[in-house]
Design a protein around this ligand. Structure first.
Ligand code: ADP
Ligand code: ASP
Ligand code: MG
Length: 417
């Protein structure tokens, strides 16, 4: 019999009262589930931010280096240890056998890229046997252990990935991600009040939504769920028990009857646009630029090349995260002579807005609707990129919310009021 995996985010375990409520939800599930229950917890809301600031402050005072290192992870992983212990205690108080499991105890084996480690394996150190025996496992999310035996963390929002990895490892029936919204919405409900909850969304669409900015699920968690066929349900821990309007199922596309042309709209403000002007245009010019960026671990997203003042010069425009943009500029400036360009310009006042939907594969005119809606609002498009199921545009960041709302209306996604 397969177990159920439940994950609770920061706001769901924000204080002792919330943790007690979570214990009630877990207790109800444990009584029902014949295959046992594993629970994954995040740190209390705001706690990881506090720990990150503390570590950065230490870096600023010269105590640690600027890059993430192993001790940075020891600091920021500590929030989850607290909530796993508190929830295990609350479950014991209710008469259940329960214990906490830290990343190194399971162990959740990851690579050694501190600050954004990837899970490689969950070794069976009595973990699944404990669940099989009826004990509730309360797992500290976000953290793992490298092959060298050091504590690692999985990147911000990483408890989602811990949960899906545990669900995949246990062959769980489902992975329930409890958060502060009652499902995945057509766009971030915090900025569009007319956003609608989606009943079912495909892994592919959810993967695009997450990687294009919808932080309701960490991108890696969706990728892992898709690869292992783990159904994810996103639901609110604040909803009354038995609420039928609570939750979104993330599942295979063929399990969804009613397919939308556009399912959702995502945005990301963490963007920078870098323009290399007057690049000497010859075979190998792009390779010379982007291989240097790759060697520096700069993650490049959109790329546009256009002729500039005649065919022997080009302008090369690309985007990356704001954090990477300084490094990108310094790497390129250092190699100005070898690459051969006139100047480099950075614009950090940009946002990326994307429309996503599997229906784009079979419908035409989706891009036209997007461009019309933006031009009607006087929003200038700076860069465009497309894939089979998404169109992204880069715009001035002051228009982000206006653009998201306009597109939400243009694709008929607004909830009826
Ligand atoms: P948790 O702490 O539970 O992991 P997060 O803050 O990481 O919660 O994710 C939930 C938040 O994601 C919501 O409060 C919401 O503002 C945001 N969000 C962004 N895009 C969406 C979307 N399309 N659907 C639902 N929530 C979204
Ligand atoms: N506590 C971690 C964070 O805030 C992990 C998580 O909540 O998923 O990023
Ligand atoms: Mg989260």
């Amino acid at each position: 019999m397969s177990p159920i995996v439940m994950k609770f985010g920061g706001t769901s375990v924000a204080d002792l009262e919330r943790i007690n409520h979570v214990a009630d939800l877990v207790a109800a599930q444990a009584k029902e589930s014949k295959g046992g229950v594993a629970v994954i917890v995040s740190a209390m809301a705001g706690e990881t931010n506090r720990l990150v600031s503390l570590a950065n402050e230490a870096a600023g005072s010269g105590l640690v280096g600027e890059t993430f290192d192993d001790e940075y992870d020891v600091v920021v992983a500590s929030g989850e240890q607290v909530t796993s212990g508190l929830l295990a205690l609350a479950l014991r108080k209710r008469g259940f056998r329960a214990r906490s499991w830290l990343g190194w105890q399971m162990p959740m084996i990851t690579n050694d890229v501190h600050g954004k480690a990837r899970i490689e394996d969950i070794e069976g150190n009595g973990f699944s046997e404990a669940i099989g025996s009826g004990e509730i496992a309360v797992v500290a999310g976000f953290q793992g252990r490298s092959a060298e035996g050091r504590i690692t963390t999985l990147g911000r929002g990483g408890s989602d990935t811990s949960a899906v990895a545990v669900a995949a490892g246990l062959n769980a029936l489902r992975c329930d991600i409890y958060t502060d919204v009652d499902g995945v919405y057509t766009t971030d409900p915090r900025i569009v009040s007319k956003a609608r909850r989606i009943d079912r969304i495909s892994y592919e669409e959810m993967l695009e939504m997450a990687s294009l900015g919808a932080k309701v699920l960490q991108t890696r968690s969706v990728e892992l769920a898709m690869n292992h066929g783990v159904p994810i349900r996103v639901l609110s821990s604040f909803a009354p028990a038995g609420d039928e309007n609570n939750g979104t199922l993330v599942c295979d596309e063929d399990e969804i009857m009613e397919k939308q042309v556009v399912s959702g709209i995502a945005y990301s403000r963490d963007e920078a646009k870098i323009s290399l002007l007057g690049v000497v245009n010859h075979p190998g010019a792009a390779a010379s630029i982007f291989s240097r960026l790759a060697d520096a671990n700069v993650n490049v997203d959109m790329i546009v090349q256009a002729d500039a003042r005649g065919p022997d010069k080009a302008n090369m425009v690309f985007t990356c995260t704001q954090r990477d943009s300084e490094l990108a500029v310094s790497v390129l400036t250092d190699a100005k002579e070898e690459i051969g360009f006139e100047s480099v310009v950075v614009d950090r006042d940009v946002s990326k807005v994307s429309v996503i939907g599997v229906g784009m594969r079979s419908h035409t005119g989706v891009a036209k609707t997007m461009f019309d809606a933006l031009s009607d609002r006087g929003i200038n498009i700076q860069v465009i990129s497309t894939s089979e199921i998404k169109i992204s545009v880069l715009i001035n960041s002051s228009y982000t919310e206006l653009a998201v709302r306009a597109l939400h209306t243009a694709y008929g996604l607004d909830a009826e009021s």
